[in-house]
Design a binder for this molecule. Sequence first.
Ligand SMILES: Nc1ncnc2c1ncn2[C@@H]1O[C@H](COP(=O)(O)OP(=O)(O)OP(=O)(O)O)[C@@H](O)[C@H]1O
Length: 344
Amino acid sequence: MIDLQQIHKTFGAFTALDHVSLSIPRGRMVALLGPSGSGKTTLLRIIAGLEHADGGIIRLDGQDATDLSARDRRIGFVFQHYALFRHMTVADNVAFGLKVRPRDSRPSKDEIRERVSTLLKLVHLDGLAGRYPTQLSGGQRQRVALARALAVEPRLLLLDEPFGALDAQVRKDLRRWMRRLHDDMGLTSVFVTHDQEEALELADDVVVMSHGRIEQIGTPADIYDNPATPFVYQFLGNATRLAATVQGGTAHLNGWQIPATAPDGAAVAFIRPHDWTLEDAAAGANATLRHASVLGSSLRLDVTLEDGQDIEVDIRRDAGQAVPAAGSALRLTPNRVAVFPATA
Ligand SMILES: Nc1ncnc2c1ncn2[C@@H]1O[C@H](COP(=O)(O)OP(=O)(O)OP(=O)(O)O)[C@@H](O)[C@H]1O
């Protein structure tokens, strides 16, 4: 169990982390998700003990670890560009964390050899123990880095964009494999990513960060279905942002009346492309089609609403169904709309 309370970090006049609090139960896999500069790496480095916070408390398994050195925290680390030792073989890289232990806690040579061999099997690199890092592919290097991090039996594994430098297919394979390894070994892991798909696919809990603050913490389903703020809505992809006006608990948008809890006045509404129903335009059109394209089993419509705002609509397409022509009048109804005050 890791518990962060009110972690604060500035670099000069710049606030990188603004009183961040977060608890991670044992066995979870947690994604820190946010745009570049939101403080993800800084938070990870502070958890690892590689960076010192200006304020706040870190507890690991109930013990105050705020002033514990990186080595004494028993935390494993894998960075995107964390180079392996070039002059060491794969086996020596993996053994490194064990060999540098103080004598009284250092395993014997045989035990180290045994553990390295087990770890290399685990990451499917058992045939490559004698190779040097330059003789490996990017994906293989990341697996060596992972074996090296796991060698010290960390109570927590931290991964900073671990798959970022790899091509798309390797990246997908490696992250699925990482998830299985996490489950099989009963690890507790925190990984940094700016890729929402990666966070939603892999993590038990997603922590969305922006400007050194946590915007929302939740399961992938929570975060996707009920974004707490306009930032989360926009960051989690594909929501169209529209201007609306709220009066007496109702948002007015392109002639629709939508129940809203936002206060009276200017508001912003978010609608996802698949949250629309296309109806028979004979009942009264409220939008015009600009462009339609077929995306496999769905139809992507670029539409201008009657009030002049542009939206994207994805609807299911049956095989052989005619694609509507540009300029067609449409009747659309939004199924799900989130309304926030315009200043939020
Ligand atoms: N050592 C440092 N000195 C000064 N500023 C720093 C330092 N380290 C980080 N920062 C700043 O703190 C902010 C947060 O950086 P951080 O690396 O934590 O962001 P991030 O969310 O991990 O971004 P990225 O996805 O680009 O890695 C950035 O604006 C960065 O420029």
